[in-house]
Ligand binder design. Structure first.
Ligand code: NDP
Ligand code: AKG
Length: 451
């Protein structure tokens, strides 16, 4: 007879902390999921017996490697790269690559863990992975970025493949970096294959992928509002970040008749009481993607706007909040401030931007709160569609992909409601996303036996 190791939630978390010392982000991500999963699996003995949650919270593998490159002054630089392959029960590992000085194994493990649930929620056959390096692209020349990307891929290529692991972009990795990495993969392997997503459309990229995460986060917000008889139109929105996700979230809010008040970067935030309209969003895209400047320049250029150095935008009164920069950028105090100022809904473009204490504030106040693993899943969903297009050697047009993204986000919202609906009509989207994401992966793992 099988022996059931039926531990309770606190004992489970003690084990996670002991096995992952010095990895606070990973422990935080597991804790946020595990509390809901323990409620869900209750006396479902098969999940306990097979130790499913314990297995999902232990990455299949973590590859760590040296990345050595030469800067423009001919100095040799040494960085550390990683690929965390968390779980491939339902499809090839899939998830972005992050280049940022704050990247650690803990950060990538949390992201790969989250990605496993997110990818499951999309309904597409993708497992969870994430990678990156503690490399800071800021201030580097194009040639330096190219040499770094080539050095990174020179090791990474042996761990990935279109049916094995398909990376994409994330913080610090956009179209330019994907181009350099794809070129190097192709050179080393002599194969053109859909091994990366987020490619430019000239060489197999999908229409709509650049917009997908930000637009998707707003569609998720729209679905939450609709569920309570409301809409984006006429509402003010506070957005953090000014990269890919933030600028496209801003664009969709404006298209739906909302008014965007803020954007930010790691230097601070800008507040534009006139509203950041499409022309101004285009200006920010140019600033960030071409000139690679700082958001403070916005306030020099648009004189009604103010720059708040070293600050985050959460004390600006608003109806809607979209954290779109990075993890743990919205804490308990800031969540309380948003609630006190009347925020109605929060949709996370970033991964785990709200601390556990901040999430509790939103739940206690019965604010509509869409966690990143559901709200920002539009990006990886369109990446999944890019994989399909590459393997079929076809390409869908912008309009068709827009429809598919809208349907996918509606589907994810529906799954969250199914598993997260509470008495009185409030939807706990965290619980809904965690349980719906877990169930598919867990049932696949049960089918495989002990592997
Ligand atoms: N790109 C995608 O498709 C997806 C992205 N995400 C998540 O969305 C978030 C943003 O990613 P993306 O827009 O692609 O990345 P970008 O690199 O395009 O932009 C990141 C933005 O966040 C800011 N930022 C990064 N780190 C910090 C920090 N420590 N403190 C304050 N601001 C910071 C950056 O400012 P600065 O330039 O000063 O560093 C920049 O404005 C991340 O959490 C990512 O994981 C989620 C799903 C898919
Ligand atoms: O498109 C992808 O594969 C990755 C997207 C991503 O990294 C994320 O969803 O956080």
């Amino acid at each position: 007879m099988a022996v059931s190791d039926h531990v309770d939630f606190p004992t489970f978390m003690e084990g996670v902390k002991k096995r992952n010392p010095g990895q606070p982000e990973f422990v935080q991500a597991v804790q946020e999921v595990a509390q809901d999963i323990f409620d869900f699996i209750g006396d479902k003995e098969e999940y306990h017996e097979a130790q499913i949650l314990r297995r999902i919270a232990e990455p299949d593998r973590v590859v760590s490697f040296r990345v050595c490159w030469e800067d423009d002054n001919h100095c040799i630089r040494v960085q550390r790269g990683w690929r965390v392959q968390n779980n491939n029960a339902i499809g090839p590992y899939k998830g972005g690559i992050r280049f940022h000085p704050s990247v650690t194994e803990s950060v990538l493990k949390f992201l790969a863990f989250e990605q496993t649930f997110k990818n499951s929620l999309t309904g597409l056959p993708m497992g969870g992975g994430k990678g990156g390096a503690n490399f800071n692209p800021r201030g580097k020349s194009d040639s330096e970025v190219m040499r770094f990307c080539q050095a990174f891929m020179t090791e990474l290529y042996r761990h990935i493949g279109p049916d094995t692991d398909v990376p994409a972009g994330d913080i610090g990795v956009g179209a330019r970096e994907i181009g350099y990495m794809f070129g190097q993969y192709k050179r080393i392997t002599n194969r053109w294959e859909g091994v990366l997503t987020g490619k430019a459309t000239e060489y197999g990229g999908s229409q709509m992928r650049p917009e997908a995460t930000g637009y998707g986060a707003v569609y998720f917000m729209q679905n939450m509002l609709k569920h309570q008889g409301m809409d984006v139109e006429g509402h003010t929105a506070v957005i953090s970040g000014s990269g890919n996700v933030a600028t496209h979230a801003a664009e969709k809010i404006v298209q739906l008749g909302g008014k965007v008040l803020t954007l930010s970067d790691s230097g601070g935030f800008i507040h534009d009481p006139d509203g950041i309209d499409q022309e101004r969003i285009d200006w920010v895209k140019q600033l960030k993607n071409v000139r690679r400047g700082r958001i403070s320049e916005y306030a020099d250029h648009f004189t009604n706007a103010t720059f708040h150095e070293g600050k985050r935008p959460w004390d600006v009164p608003c109806d809607l909040a979209l954290p779109c920069a990075t993890q743990n950028e919205l804490n308990e105090e800031e969540a309380k401030e948003l609630v006190a100022n009347g925020v109605k809904a929060v949709s996370e473009g970033a991964n785990m931007p709200t601390t556990l204490e901040g999430v509790k504030v939103f739940h206690d106040a019965k604010i509509m709160y869409g966690p990143g693993k559901a709200a920002n899943a539009g990006g990886v969903a369109v990446s999944g569609l890019e994989m399909s297009q590459n393997s079929e050697r076809i390409s869908w047009n912008h309009e068709r992909l827009g429809e598919m993204l809208t349907e996918l986000m509606e589907g994810i919202h529906g799954k969250c409601v199914e598993y997260g609906k509470q008495d009185g009509g409030y939807v706990d989207y965290v619980k809904g996303a965690n349980i719906a994401g877990f169930k598919k992966v867990a049932d696949a793992m049960l089918a495989f036996g002990v592997v």
